[in-house]
Design a protein around this ligand. Structure first.
Ligand code: EPU
Length: 418
């Protein structure tokens, strides 16, 4: 199992390039199951979750081919409308094939995801939505089967709570359903809007993606298309924090500043200089001290849960007490005890973490528990005195492309070891 060895204490300096968004590329690959024609996707990040999704759609009948930084996918026919347990257990986003398979061939069999490091994460809202579109849902042997032999019918779906992949899954189901579908209380994440853009290029009729009401008028068939995935806002946010936590200066290139509004506001309040350098780049610089600023995670455009762990690492270096509240997932504080092992002062009370700072962090052996928790440990290690060894970095490889090379280029002393 790979590890990272990081020598902290170097202010990062230089430019770092953001990759394509993992959480946009995943539904985009699933959407390729909706048509028999080729779909070309640019800016697909080379991360492990993407390879898993490629394997999954290939097992359903897609053929995929890398062309430079792009991937060409063609699903001439669905040979197996199934997401097997072996793949689903390694990546919960596998449930994103449910909607496209039910829409394209009237049948889908998807393993139910089990427990997860960050929360229960059920898919009941995906299933209830499919039922509203006329699918018959059965659950047995750990699998859920959706059947709609005569095709899906448009319907009205109100999400009881906001779900990102649930919104994406049902949008993909509805594009081939007969008649109109309305998704209410839909997720407004940029990744949802990006998926709608791809589907529209494929011939779908969608209005309102990116707002909480999405209207979809079903079409008979979709065709091939070419699309460029949006930049990864969570990777970009992680780099902004890396620049700030090390007291350095970084140019974060190839991002969409508007996708990072909530984080930028917090960082500025904390005393970090974040400036928009161009339409697609941000410069982060910190010379002075950091002040503690509270944060509460919310659905987009609120403060992203996927940046909570990284922000907490930053707050360990800020003067004062910050309250960090996690409202999306019930157990997303796995990084806390590892940060405490490095010298941070953090106490948790239910869904709230109380961080007292600044504390000097010192290098230690720590364990990565999930993707974003691992990123927060990398950030803490960059500012810690001495060497930190982070074990189980396969978690970080799920969603960050070549992070050690990108950080190494801007001065971090980071090495991957077996
Ligand atoms: N929920 C339900 N029932 C459902 C679906 C969700 O109760 O049917 C609950 C979840 O348990 C959670 C909340 O609703 O408490 C929100 O979950 P959501 O469905 O929005 O999460 P997701 O779609 O499974 C995506 C991202 C996550 C990100 C969350 C929240 C992808 C592939 N994953 O997950 O990304 O944290 O939205 O923004 O888009 C990551 O990249 O590290 C990551 C975990």
């Amino acid at each position: 199992m790979d590890k990272f060895a990081i020598q902290g204490g170097v202010p990062l300096a230089g430019a770092v390039q953001v990759s394509g968004a993992k959480n946009s590329a995943l539904p985009a690959l699933a959407a390729c199951l909706l048509t028999g024609e080729p779909v070309i996707l640019h800016r697909i990040p080379r991360v492990r979750d993407i390879r898993t999704m490629q394997k999954l759609i290939e097992s359903c009948g897609a053929s995929t081919k890398a062309i430079g930084g792009a991937v060409r996918v063609q699903t001439a026919e669905i040979v197996s409308p199934e997401a097997p347990y072996d793949l689903v257990k390694t990546m919960r986003a596998s449930s994103l094939v449910l909607g496209p398979l039910a829409a394209r061939c009237g049948r889908a069999r998807v393993s139910l995801p089990g427990g997860c490091a960050i929360g229960a994460r059920p898919i009941d809202l995906h299933l209830a939505g499919l039922e509203h579109l006329g699918a018959r849902i059965r659950q047995e042997h750990g699998y859920v089967e959706a059947e709609a032999p005569n095709g899906l019918q448009g319907g009205f779906i109100h999400f009881d709570r906001i779900t990102v992949t649930g919104t994406e899954d049902l949008m993909m189901a509805a594009v081939l359903a007969e008649g109109e579908t309305v998704l209410e209380n839909a997720a407004r994440e940029p990744e949802v809007a990006d998926l709608a853009e791809l589907l529209t290029r494929m011939g779908a009729r969608i209005e309102g993606a990116g707002t909480s009401t999405i209207r979809i008028r079903g079409v008979k068939r979709l065709h091939g298309a070419e699309h460029t995935i949006i930049p990864d806002r969570i990777e970009a946010g992680t780099f902004l924090i890396a620049g700030a936590i090390t007291g350095g200066e970084l140019l974060v290139k190839g991002c969409v500043p508007e996708h990072l509004g909530a984080l930028i506001v917090k960082m500025r309040q904390a005393g970090v200089d974040v400036a928009q350098e161009s339409e697609s780049s941000l410069r982060v610089r910190r010379t002075g001290r950091l002040t503690a600023v509270d944060a509460t995670t919310e659905e987009h455009p609120g403060f992203a849960t996927d940046l909570q762990a990284q922000y907490m690492a930053l707050m360990t270096q800020a003067e004062g007490i910050s309250f960090i509240t996690e409202t999306i997932f019930e157990n997303r504080f796995m990084h806390v005890l590892e940060l405490v092992r490095m010298g941070a002062s953090i106490r948790t009370e239910g869904r709230q973490a109380i961080v007292a700072g600044p504390r000097e962090l010192t290098g230690a052996g720590v364990i990565a528990s999930d993707l974003r928790a691992s990123a927060s440990l990398v950030l803490a290690a960059l500012v810690a005195r001495g060497e930190t060894v982070i074990d189980r970095v396969y978690h970080i490889d799920r969603g960050y492309e070549k992070i050690e090379q990108k950080l190494g280029k801007v001065g971090a002393r980071i090495r991957r070891a077996a």
